[in-house]
Ligand binder design. Sequence first.
Ligand SMILES: Cc1cc2nc3c(=O)[nH]c(=O)nc-3n(C[C@H](O)[C@H](O)[C@H](O)COP(=O)(O)OP(=O)(O)OC[C@H]3O[C@@H](n4cnc5c(N)ncnc54)[C@H](O)[C@@H]3O)c2cc1C
Length: 522
Amino acid sequence: MPFLLRNLTLNPDEEEAALRPLVALKIGVRESEITGLSLVRKGVDARKKGRIKLVYTVQFALKDESGLTVGGDLSRLAAVPPPVFPRLSGAGGIVIVGMGPAGLFAALRLAEYGLAGLVLERGRPVDERARDVARFWRAGELAPESNVQFGEGGAGTFSDGKLTTRVKDPNSRYVLEQLVRFGAPPEILYAAKPHIGTDRLRCVVSGIRERLLEAGFEISFQSLLSGLKLSRGRVSGVVVNDAVERPCRHLVLAPGHSARDTYAMLLEAGVALEQKPFAVGLRVEHPQELIDAIQYGAAPHPGLPPAEYAQAYNNTRTGRSAYSFCMCPGGVVVAAASEAGGVVVNGMSGYRRNSPNANSALVATVGRVDFADGSPLAGVDFQRTLERRAFAAGGGNYRAPAQSLLSFLGKGVGRIKSSYRPGVTESDLAALFPAGVSATLKEGVLDFEKRMRGFISCEATLTGVETRTSAPVRIVRGADLQSVSHPGLYPTGEGAGYAGGIMSAALDGIRVADAIAAMFLP
Ligand SMILES: Cc1cc2nc3c(=O)[nH]c(=O)nc-3n(C[C@H](O)[C@H](O)[C@H](O)COP(=O)(O)OP(=O)(O)OC[C@H]3O[C@@H](n4cnc5c(N)ncnc54)[C@H](O)[C@@H]3O)c2cc1C
């Protein structure tokens, strides 16, 4: 049985080949005794600035195990049997809406059981979508059905492809292995903070599509779920593009958090929806070298990844929090609108994370007190109002309002250097938000500065507005994962309000697929 050894440290300039002699030294065997050494986890310990270490957990076997006692950092690695999927068959009637991580992983998982169905995606295939997005960024021409939110791959396709999640789920390894199978870099299997990068993600997405077609799925692009058909109170069909009806017994609904027309259609159809708190704010952008210096306390070392950060602040008096979110080291700020006349920002990096800037969302929590009323879609209206204000402040053509961090805080002038395309216009960003939100964003930055000296810099730029942090709505489901109002409807992923991020959306899609597969068991 293999062993696991934790807490091996190397300096950033040491080769990973140095791990073998280090293991031998730590457990007191000759190097030649060690077989099959591989990485299980690799992280950065940046607690002591200027003395940054890489920290490893490795797995290995020994030719002769006798005499080796486990304990401390050394343990035995229990073998995890690969998942087994019974082959199922049935009358079918499975429809999956949305080809983001939730919909794609629901479909992949159903394929493991030998099940297939119809996949509806309102947007275009990933390569055509990439051209539509490039045109939007270059010329400000928004394609309402093919953009950063809509199209094959879902919202995370033009992202950093960060795969970190706080969700503890036994299927996490399965998701990572599937991503590697379809072209993600293998180090996501052991990196403490795995990421794929937008360039590699696009290949992964088309690889998954090929697999689904092989498994017998029918994939229909530019096909919007526009209505539901019911029979005896349960879902019996779907309406596509207001024109075609297709039969359906199990509807996996994974529309993402930006499908506002779909939320409205569901509300109209009487599907149980409820309001959900989320967060809004700005993108803050610094030179990556500055973040490296703050986090590592030294000039960047080629053996270290571009530094990251995650900060949070809570105002116990107001109950509002501010936090950094979706940080993209070596990335760019992107135009992420999906609705005409609104400006939305987000962040993205390539696999190499080699752009000169780091960016992160800087957001404050919002909820019922900020919305006009308690209706399920009031959070959507709140988002839309901010996006339209940002559009007006940017001066049209999807230029975004921007301001130096110093000027936002009233501490000086600073410079504006935003990577956002098609361009930015200097504006008073605080004026875009309700007073309580702006105040919390400012308090948050002042608090971050206590732990990250230099964060408030004349080189930091803010671009707005970041409104699509998570779903403003929950499509309420029960313990059986079906809509509490519409049996046969399985809301899943970020848009349903049950996930936040690529990993958790994929895991939620799998959970729903397993629940549907259980219905097909003999
Ligand atoms: C720019 C950007 C960067 C991000 N970076 C990261 C990151 O680094 N790491 C991370 O974990 N998360 C990131 N996220 C968030 C992440 O993308 C989402 O959490 C995740 O994609 C949610 O997955 P999902 O499948 O639930 O929904 P989505 O990915 O939003 O997919 C929904 C799909 O449904 C389709 N659709 C919607 N309505 C309909 C309809 N009526 N009919 C047919 N099709 C429909 C849409 O076109 C879309 O393809 C980022 C998001 C953005 C926008």
